[in-house]
Design a protein around this ligand. Structure first.
Ligand code: MG
Length: 377
């Protein structure tokens, strides 16, 4: 089995984002007596409506499969737990990392990746696009209305920057909405980690759920994923009397360990002699997997893609819903009066197609289906 993190003695503490370097909030606020700014951001995200809606948004398997499978909320909690562990072991800012992990999927539209692809396609008809990280920024900047003194959640600059940059770099000349987030510079290391923690979490979780759904044959996984074959042999040797299901739990746990330890080792190696936050911002991304962990992750992704994400069962469950999206979009374009009045007032500065797109993107899977049913679409 892969080793734990005992060897990690906060080797990247010198690259930790220093709270005193935070650029602060758009609207100045008094400091809190016992929570720092990143802890407050984390709490604001947890208390947001968009966060609660993750409970009824598909991760991979829609709720028709099983009550036990991940949805986007439980996936988010797994990413948050993994990111905190990694940040703490490396000596980084755990509060900052946790806030970003909890926010990383709040911009996801209903029905997972297929929902995002379809919404983007519908927006292209107007020469625009839909992208979930930009949408997440709009949620925390304006759609959440919980404060008397400002719109949105008034999060720190760094958390907003991390929301738009955790999974991609911004280059000069990017979307004007994002131009204030230091295009050309990498985000702090705490934000760079999120994408790979997300990957470790979903590779393991999707594999686990797919096995429970009866979609994975052990022999196929052994043939396709070298690390799986090795860990399965280990588990058979160590627990000869254990059921296949328990053995799978042992292996999935070990696979998370491989990817997470590989992320920490790879990042420490890539950080090399970088001295501080400014060096992190100017260097290429340093959150990377070791070659061994990267191979494991690549093989798992390819296997999940062919056996799970592109399977008839998984696609069938979301595609029927996603096919209704165009009808719903066009319905609201023709009949904007049907959109809730409070929402229309709030979004009045946006062109109608953006209002419609944002409204649909905010829907849970359940609300989307109920709305289509009610409108006879
Ligand atoms: Mg995610």
């Amino acid at each position: 089995m892969a080793g734990g993190t005992e060897g990690f003695r906060q080797p990247l503490a010198h690259l930790r984002f220093p709270l005193e370097r935070a650029r602060g909030r758009r609207y100045p606020e008094f400091s809190h007596p016992y929570r720092n700014d990143f802890q407050r951001d984390r709490d604001r995200i947890v208390h947001a409506r968009a966060f609660r809606r993750l409970e009824d948004k598909t991760q991979v398997f829609s709720s028709s499969f099983s009550d036990h499978f991940r949805n986007r909320l439980t996936h988010t909690l797994e990413v948050s737990q993994i990111s905190r562990t990694v940040a703490a072991a490396l000596g980084l800012n755990t509060d900052f990392t946790e806030a970003l992990a909890l926010a990383h999927d709040i911009g996801h539209p209903p029905f997972a990746h297929s929902g995002e692809v379809e919404l983007n396609r519908l927006m292209q008809r107007f020469g625009e696009r839909f992208e979930h990280n930009t949408h997440a920024l709009r949620i925390v900047e304006s759609f959440e209305t919980r404060y008397a003194r400002f719109p949105g959640l008034n999060l720190t600059f760094e958390v907003r920057e991390g929301i738009v940059k955790h999974s991609r770099d911004l280059e000069p000349g990017c979307d004007p909405l994002l131009a204030g987030y230091l295009p050309g510079f990498r985000p702090p290391l705490e934000a760079q980690l999120i994408d790979l923690c997300d990957e470790a979490a979903y590779n393991a979780a999707d594999f686990d759920d797919a096995f429970d759904a009866g979609m994975i044959r052990i022999e196929d996984a052994q043939a396709a994923i070298g690390k799986f074959a090795e860990l399965w042999d280990d588990a058979e040797g160590m627990f000869p009397g254990a059921s296949e299901r328990i053995r799978m739990h042992e292996v999935v746990r070990a696979l998370i360990n491989v990817m997470v330890t590989g992320l920490m080792d790879g990042t420490v190696a890539a950080a090399g002699s970088l001295a501080d936050l400014d060096a992190v911002r100017s260097a290429p991304r340093i959150a990377v997997l070791t070659p061994e962990a990267a191979q494991c992750s690549r093989e798992m992704k390819a296997f999940l893609r062919s056996h799970v994400y592109l399977s008839k069962e998984v696609r069938g469950a979301t595609e029927a819903a996603v096919r209704r999206m165009e009808g719903l979009f066009d319905f609201f374009m023709d009949r904007p009066d049907v959109l809730p009045e409070a929402y229309r007032e709030q979004a009045a500065a946006e062109p109608l197609h953006r209002q419609v797109c944002d409204y649909i993107a905010g829907m849970t899977d359940g609300f989307f289906l109920r709305t289509c049913d009610q409108l006879g679409l």
